[in-house]
Design a protein around this ligand. Structure first.
Ligand code: SAM
Length: 181
C-alpha cells in the first residue's frame, strides 16, 4: 500500500529543502556497510548514501518513475533497487542501517518499524528523519498526521527499538537513531 501523503513536488524544489551533507554527517552514515532505504524518491539521499558507504544501498519504491530517476542519477554506484511495496512485503534484505526518511507519517508506523527492525543485521540501526512538527515548514505531511519525536520513540519501543536523543537537522527536520533493545 502506498504510504499516505507520500507524493513529491518537483525535484529541484524538494532538494532545496534539505541540507543533505549535514543530515548524513550527523547520522554518521559512513560507518555502515550495507544500507536499505524505503522510498528512494528522486535519489536525494540514495545517491550520496551510496557514495558514502562501503557496501551496497538497497532501495525500494512503489513508483517506477522514482526508481528510474534514481537509476539515472546512480549509474555506476553500488545501488540495487527494486519496485517493492515495503509496507506490505517488508524489505526482503538484511542491512546494517535502514533509512526511514520522511516516511513515518504512514498509516501503520509500528508495522513499518517492525519491518525495519527485522531487516537489521546485528548491531544495526534504523535511522529516521522527519519534518519538524513544532514549527511551520514549507512542505511535509498535514499537521494531524505528522509525528513528533516522542511519538516515534513510543512506536519504536513497541517494535523492540530504543530511540536516541533528538538530532537537530536544520532547517526543517529532526532525526532519531533507533537501536534494538
Ligand atoms: C515523501 S517521499 C520520500 C523519498 C525519500 N525518502 C526522500 O526523503 O527524499 C516517499 C517515497 O516513498 C515511496 N513510497 C510510498 N509508499 C511506499 C511503499 N509502500 N513502499 C515503498 N515505497 C513507497 C513514494 O513513491 C515516494 O517516492
Amino acid at each position: 500500500m502506498r504510504i499516505r501523503d507520500s507524493g513529491m513536488p518537483e525535484e529541484a524544489y524538494w532538494e532545496s529543502l534539505f541540507d543533505v551533507p549535514l543530515i548524513l554527517s550527523k547520522l554518521c552514515i559512513a560507518r555502515f556497510h550495507d544500507v536499505a532505504e524505503l522510498g528512494c524518491g528522486y535519489g536525494t539521499f540514495s545517491i550520496p548514501v551510496a557514495k558514502a558507504i562501503r557496501g551496497t544501498l538497497f532501495t525500494f519504491d512503489v513508483d517506477p518513475a522514482m526508481l528510474a530517476r534514481t537509476a539515472e542519477r546512480g549509474s555506476g554506484l553500488p545501488i540495487r533497487q527494486q519496485l517493492r511495496d515495503v509496507m506490505s512485503e517488508g524489505f526482503g534484505v538484511r542491512a546494517d542501517a535502514v533509512l526511514l526518511f520522511n516516511i513515518l507519517h504512514c498509516e501503520e508506523p509500528v508495522r513499518l518499524l517492525q519491518h525495519a527492525a527485522d531487516a537489521l543485521n546485528p548491531a544495526g540501526e534504523v535511522l529516521v528523519i522527519h519534518w519538524r512538527h513544532d514549527i511551520a515548514t514549507p512542505r511535509g505531511p498535514a499537521a494531524d498526521i505528522r509525528p513528533s519525536p516522542s511519538q516515534i520513540a513510543g512506536w519504536a519501543t513497541e517494535a523492540g527499538l530504543s530511540a536516541s536523543a533528538v538530532i537537530d537537522l536544520p532547517p526543517w527536520h529532526y532525526g532519531l537513531q533507533l537501536r534494538p533493545t
